[in-house]
Structure formats: structure tokens, C-alpha cells
Design a protein around this ligand. Structure first.
Ligand SMILES: [Zn+2]
Length: 306
């Protein structure tokens, strides 16, 4: 199943149409000067959203993530300073779909333009677990391109004078993301179908698996809010013993001890850490969304190709 989809094509058209409309309007009104009141302050819930938002907003706009690098957004406990950040922002970008359930309370009294990206689109596949949506749509570059469209819409609404710049950068970023999708698909060509079993700390990779033909399994499920039970552990050990899975993967934001014990019990190796819910710091292999996706793909190929 490829998640490029009808909605992807339609939304891509919408981005272009919006850009053309804004350019036409600008031709009539000459309102392209930088906002005389200064540029926007934008706050995102996670570092992945910060990276995508910065690409659309441009370098002149300050974008701050509430959850730091290498930190789990599912169980993050906001500080008073985070509430002040959100209160002072012009635009707030969050994922929603229960990724960061604690974030809603920070936005309740905010005067900012607030968007929960999961609520802004009818997503082509919204996985669920026990009735809860799987929030990890950004793990597919063509769906991240939809994030970019939502972010551009939100910034353009909040700051119409600079809308053309937002839409132009959104189109450019979407081109990068569609090319990245092709690049990853080609990289995975070396893995036969029976080797495409991806075992990770938690279920951040279901949309990714659907896109690139992987069966996925994890220890924690879709959120890290509850600890895995003895039964969860045993099921994973049984899976590893009955399937030909050479390597399993820990994630940068989640405690590795249980998965390391499982790997030892089942006699499989642990691959290079994957990134999903948070980017790594500057200088790490996952310092941007594109770098993160390339790093993950190479780590998966290296681990499962043996
Ligand atoms: Zn997650």
C-alpha cells in the first residue's frame, strides 16, 4: 500500500492553487513587504514539527519546540515555562491524535492561531489501537508533505502579508519530501519481502510499514504511556523465535533495557537506534526530518539485510 494517495495529489494541487492565488493577489495589491510589526513567533509541540514548520516559515521566523530533542512526547510533563511559550506565541502547531495529550491544556487560553495537524485533514489511513488513533503519520514523507500544506495554510492565515513566501517554501519542501519517498523506496529494494519485518520499541512505524511493505511489531504499542506487560514481552520473544528476524531496533526516546533483554533471550542483534518521535540534536544523524528518515532507512537496511 502506497500512502501517496488521492488525497496527497489533491492536497498538492491545493498548495499550488493557493500559491497562484496569493501571487495574483499580490500583483494587485503590492503587499509583499515584511510584516511591519515583526515576524511571527511559532511554537510547536515536537522537534519534528519544528523542523517542518521552520522549512515553511523561513529563517526569519522564530520556531521553538516545547518537547526537546531526544525526548518522548507521549509522556512529556510540561513546565510552567512551556505554558508561557505557548501563551506568547502567534502560531502554535501540534500533532494531535493523542501524540501529546498534555498539550491541549496549554493551548486552551492561548490567543495564537492553533492547529492540531491530525484534525486538519481526512488522513488516508488512520490506524487505531484500542480505539485510540495512531498519531505517527509524519513517518511517511508523502504524509509529511501534507503536514507542510497544513502548516502553510496556518501561517498564511496568521500572517497574510507573507503568505506567498510560506506557500513558495511549502511547495519546495514538498518536492524534497516526494523525492525522499522515492529514495527510501529504492533503498528498500534490496530487502526481500520476507525480510521486511520491523520490530521496534513502540508503534511509531505503522504508516511507514504500510508505505514501504514492512510488517511491524513493537513492545509498547502506539503510545509509551503504559509499560509493557509480561505477556507483551513473551509475545515478542515468541515472534522473534519463530520468524527469521536478525535485528530489532530501539528508539532514541525510549528506555532500551527491556528490548535489550528480549534481544538477548531471542538471540537477535540490536540495530542502530531509530528516531521517530523526536529529532536528535544538531550534529546527530537525525538533526532534521530528512536526515532522520535517511538514517532510519539505512539502519533498517543494514540490520535486516544480513
Ligand atoms: Zn510515538
Amino acid at each position: 500500500m502506497r500512502l501517496r494517495t488521492k488525497t496527497g495529489a489533491a492536497h498538492r494541487f491545493i498548495v499550488w492553487a493557493a500559491l497562484v492565488c496569493v501571487l495574483l493577489l499580490a500583483g494587485c495589491t503590492q503587499t509583499f513587504a515584511t510584516n511591519e510589526f515583526g515576524r511571527l513567533t511559532v511554537v510547536t509541540s515536537t522537534t519534528v514539527l519544528k523542523d517542518l514548520t521552520q522549512a515553511v516559515a523561513g529563517d526569519d521566523v522564530t520556531v521553538i519546540s516545547v518537547v526537546p530533542h531526544d525526548t518522548d512526547p507521549h509522556v512529556y510533563e510540561p513546565r510552567p515555562a512551556d505554558a508561557r511559550l505557548v501563551a506568547d506565541a502567534d502560531v502554535v502547531v501540534a500533532n494531535g491524535a493523542n501524540l501529546e495529550p498534555w498539550f491541549t491544556s496549554l493551548t486552551q487560553n492561548a490567543s495564537a492561531q492553533v492547529v492540531f495537524i491530525a484534525d486538519a485533514r481526512p488522513w488516508p489511513v488512520l490506524f487505531e489501537e484500542d480505539g485510540e488513533p495512531d498519531p505517527h503519520m509524519w513517518m511517511v514523507p508523502t504524509l509529511a508533505a501534507e503536514y507542510v500544506a497544513v502548516i502553510a495554510e496556518t501561517l498564511a492565515d496568521a500572517d497574510p502579508k507573507n503568505a506567498a513566501g510560506y506557500w513558495q517554501r511549502a511547495v519546495a519542501k514538498q518536492d524534497v519530501l516526494y523525492a525522499l519517498d522515492q529514495e527510501l523506496a529504492q533503498l528498500f529494494d534490496v530487502l526481500p519481502v520476507e525480510r521486511r519485518i520491523l520490530v521496534t520499541s513502540h508503534d511509531a512505524f505503522r504508516y511507514f510499514g504500510a508505505q514501504y511493505g514492512f510488517t511491524v511489531a513493537s513492545l509498547y504499542g502506539v503510545s509509551t504511556e503504559t509499560q509493557p506487560s509480561a505477556r507483551d514481552v513473551q509475545q515478542l520473544v515468541d515472534l522473534l523465535r519463530t520468524q527469521d528476524i536478525p535485528t530489532i531496533f530501539v528508539e532514541s526516546t525510549i528506555d532500551t533495557s527491556v528490548l535489550e533483554r528480549i534481544a538477548k533471550d531471542a538471540n537477535v542483534t540490536i540495530g542502530a537506534p531509530l528516531y521517530g518521535d523526536a529529532l536528535g540534536p544538531v550534529g546527530s544523524p537525525a538533526q532534521s526530518y530528512v536526515a532522520m528518515m535517511r538514517h532510519n532507512a539505512q539502519a533498517i537496511v543494514d540490520g535486516l539485510r544480513v
